[in-house]
Design a protein around this ligand. Structure first.
Ligand SMILES: [Zn+2]
Length: 182
């Protein structure tokens, strides 16, 4: 059975993620193929590939079955997921964690990105069980570059610096589709 779609409206969605767009009918099938399952709690598309297919999902902080869900932004675009995985395997996260330890303004900006993430999710609904939780290891560790890249794609440049760096490293270009090559 298909879950009833929750609608939050474009205005609120844009406050959550500057680059967000509403869900199009075709998105559900594309996301199901990307994720290998039907997306749950989907309220918007955080960013799209140049060809229009969803690149990032925006998920409501409570799933239809009632369980709290802290991951607001999730990278779904197959070629981008693969490209980020390659950077993770190259050991980039260890270097980022090291930099967090010795660059105070980077650490401060990363902690700020965490607070913004939580604040934006709270615009949808504040769920006490996940109140202090964000994603990707924020506020003080780097644990998942996919989560940080998804955040940067949805929120736009300048909010999550590590996410911005990852997008630069994979050569993300909003005007260039690389779907056919993945
Ligand atoms: Zn594409």
């Amino acid at each position: 059975m298909k879950e009833p779609k929750r609608s939050v409206g474009l205005e609120l969605l844009r406050q959550v993620a500057e680059n967000a767009t509403e869900i199009l009918p075709a998105d559900i099938d594309i996301l199901t193929a990307q994720l290998g399952r039907e997306p749950r709690g989907l309220v918007g598309i955080g960013a799209r590939c140049a060809c229009g297919v969803p690149a990032v999902t925006v998920t409501y902080p409570r799933l239809p079955d009632g369980s709290p869900f802290p991951t607001l932004f999730y990278l779904s675009l197959p070629w981008a997921v693969k490209a980020v995985s390659r950077i993770e395997s190259a050991g980039e996260m260890a270097q980022m964690n090291e930099r967090l330890g010795c660059e105070p303004d980077l650490a401060q900006s990363y902690a700020g990105a965490h607070l913004i993430y939580v604040k934006r999710r709270n615009l949808l609904e504040e769920i006490p069980q996940i109140g202090g939780k964000s994603a990707g290891g924020m506020p003080d560790r780097v644990k998942c570059l996919h989560a940080l890249a998804a955040y940067a794609l949805a929120a736009g440049k300048g909010i999550c610096r590590f996410g911005d760096e990852v997008l630069e490293r994979i050569g993300w270009d909003p005007d260039r589709c690389r779907c056919a090559r993945s």
